[in-house]
Design a protein around this ligand. Structure first.
Ligand code: HGY
Ligand code: MN
Ligand code: MN
Length: 463
C-alpha cells in the first residue's frame, strides 16, 4: 500500500486562484506586480496572507526583521518543524510568481493536508521572508541573511533606499516589527519552491527542476566622482567625465564575464547620475555591478579583475573611484538528502525532472547555512523573470506544489492519515479529535485548529 498520503494531490484551482488574488495587491502597469518590500502594498499583501494562513488554522510569529512564520502543529511537539516558503515582495516591474509561488504553494500544501485530515509528526511552518529582492534596500535576501547570522540587524536596519528612507523606519511605519529574534527558530529542514527564472526547464520540456546548487554572487556598488560642468561649453580635454568612466566599466564587466565562460554572468541593472540633468556632466555616478557563478574561484577572479580594471579606467580619466560590496554569498550546495527527496517525489508523482543549478539567488541560499535546505523549480515561459510579462502555467505551478507536498511529507512524517480510518475529504466528515501530544484539536475538513488544554477543548466544542 502506498505510504499514507501518497495518493494526495494539491488543489490546483485553489492554488491558481490564490496566485491571481495576491497578484491584485500592488499591481504593476503591464500585468505584473510592484509590491516592493516595506511599501503599503507589501503591508497589504502581508495582511492578506495572514488572513489566509490563519483561516487554514495556523498561528503566526513575526521576528524583528518582519519575517512572518505560520505554524501548523505536528503530533510530536518536540520535533523541529519542517519549514517551507519564499517571499511576497516583488521587483518594481516584477512578475506575479517570483517568490509568491513558494509562499502560496506552501499554503496550498497546508490547505491540502487539512482537507485530507493528515497530521504530520513534525510541525510545518510557512515563511514569508522580508526583502528577498533587494531592489529597494540592498542587499537581496536581507532578512534571511540576518536569520542565518551572516548580516547584522543593525546593518540591515540602516540600509537606505534611493529616497534615503531607512529599512528600520519603513518596517516600523508599516507595523511589521515582530518580537522574535531572527535565527532563534531551529529548522528540521527548509524547502523553497520557486520559478526557475531561466529558460532551461521549458527548453528541455521538464516539469520539475531538482535544484542541486545555487550560483554565488557579488554586488559591487561603485561611486565615481567627476566634475559637474556644462555639457556644451566645457572642452573635451577639460572634462572629468564620471559618466564616461561608468560606460567603460560596464563594457569591461561584460568582457570579464565573457572571459569566464561557461556559467558566469555579469552586468549592471541600476545606476544614478547626480545631478542627473541632461546638460550637466555628472559630478557623481553610483551603480551596482552584479556578478555570479557557481564556481568559487571564478567568482573571486571576476571580482578581483573588475575592481582592478575599474581603478585603471578611472585613473585614466582622472575620475574618483570608490567601491563597496553591498551583497555577497558564496556558491551554495543544497543538502543531498533533501535533493534526493525532491527527485524521489517527482518520480513517484510521474513528473519529468532534471537536476539544475539556480542562476538567481534565494532565501534558501542563507537557510542552507543553518539548516538542511533544498529547492524545487518549476519552468517559466521563455525563462523570463523580473519582468511584468513573467508567466507560468497552472499545470507547472501544481506540479511544483505537489512535489513540495510530498517531499515535505517525506521529511515531516505522516503521523496519521485519517483517510486510513475510512474518512476522506469527500464524505464531509469533520469529527474533531484532540491531540494530547500536540495540545491541538483538529477539525480536519474545516482546517480549524484549536490549541489549548483538553478541558478548554471540551468547552470549545460546547461553544
Ligand atoms: O537577485 C536575485 O537573484 C534575487 O532575485 N533576489
Ligand atoms: Mn525570488
Ligand atoms: Mn526576484
Amino acid at each position: 500500500m502506498a505510504p499514507a498520503g501518497q495518493n494526495l494531490r494539491i488543489n490546483s484551482a485553489r492554488l491558481w486562484d490564490s496566485l491571481e488574488e495576491m497578484a491584485k495587491v500592488g499591481p504593476g502597469i503591464a500585468g505584473g506586480c510592484n509590491r516592493q518590500t516595506l511599501t503599503d502594498a507589501d503591508a497589504e499583501g502581508r495582511a492578506l496572507f495572514q488572513r489566509w494562513a490563519e483561516a487554514a488554522g495556523m498561528t503566526m510569529g513575526v521576528d524583528t526583521m518582519g519575517t512572518m512564520y505560520f505554524t501548523r502543529p505536528g503530533t510530536d511537539p518536540d520535533a523541529l518543524p519542517v519549514y517551507m516558503g519564499s517571499h511576497l515582495d516583488t521587483q518594481p516591474t516584477g512578475g506575479k510568481y517570483d517568490g509568491v509561488l513558494g509562499v502560496l504553494g506552501a499554503l496550498e500544501v497546508v490547505r491540502s493536508l487539512n482537507d485530507a485530515g493528515i497530521r504530520t509528526k513534525h510541525p510545518i511552518v510557512i515563511v514569508n521572508w522580508t526583502n528577498e529582492e533587494g531592489a529597494r534596500f540592498a542587499p537581496a535576501m536581507l532578512a534571511s541573511g540576518v536569520f542565518a547570522g551572516t548580516i547584522a540587524q543593525d546593518y540591515a536596519y540602516a540600509r537606505t533606499d534611493m529616497e534615503g528612507l531607512r529599512f528600520g523606519d519603513e518596517l516600523k511605519r508599516i507595523g511589521w516589527v515582530g518580537d522574535e529574534v531572527p535565527g532563534a527558530r531551529k529548522m528540521h529542514a527548509y524547502f523553497e519552491l520557486h520559478i526557475e527564472q531561466g529558460p532551461i526547464l521549458e527548453a528541455e520540456g521538464k516539469d520539475i527542476g531538482v535544484v542541486t546548487h545555487c550560483q554565488g554572487l557579488w554586488w559591487l556598488e561603485f561611486t565615481l566622482t567627476g566634475r559637474e560642468a556644462h555639457t556644451g561649453s566645457t572642452p573635451m580635454a577639460m572634462r572629468v567625465n564620471a559618466g564616461l568612466a561608468m560606460a567603460r566599466i560596464v563594457e569591461m564587466v561584460q568582457a570579464v564575464a565573457m572571459d569566464h565562460q561557461p556559467n558566469a554572468v555579469g552586468g549592471v541593472g541600476q545606476m544614478k547620475f547626480t545631478p542627473n540633468s541632461r546638460n550637466v556632466l555628472p559630478g557623481k555616478v553610483v551603480f551596482t555591478v552584479d556578478i555570479r557563478t557557481v564556481d568559487q574561484a571564478k567568482l573571486d577572479s571576476m571580482r578581483a579583475q573588475i575592481e582592478s580594471k575599474a581603478a585603471e579606467i578611472c585613473a585614466d580619466l582622472g575620475v574618483g573611484c570608490a567601491v563597496e560590496a553591498v551583497g555577497h554569498f558564496d556558491p551554495v550546495t543544497f543538502t543531498p538528502d533533501l535533493v534526493t527527496k525532491v527527485r524521489g517525489a517527482a518520480e513517484r508523482l510521474g513528473y519529468s525532472h532534471m537536476d539544475i543549478v539556480s542562476g538567481a539567488g534565494h532565501d534558501a541560499c542563507w537557510t542552507a547555512r543553518v539548516a538542511p535546505t533544498t529547492m524545487i523549480f518549476c519552468p517559466c515561459v521563455d525563462g523570463l523573470s523580473h519582468n511584468e510579462a513573467e508567466k507560468i502555467s497552472p499545470e507547472w505551478a501544481a506540479a511544483g506544489t505537489d512535489v513540495l507536498l510530498h517531499a515535505a511529507l517525506d521529511v515531516a512524517g505522516v503521523d496519521h492519515d485519517l483517510a486510513e480510518d475510512g474518512h476522506s475529504a469527500d464524505d464531509g466528515w469533520n469529527e474533531p479529535f484532540f491531540d494530547k501530544g500536540a495540545h491541538a484539536a483538529f477539525f480536519p475538513l474545516k482546517g480549524e485548529l484549536f490549541q489549548g488544554s483538553e478541558v478548554e477543548y471540551q468547552e470549545w466544542l460546547r461553544s
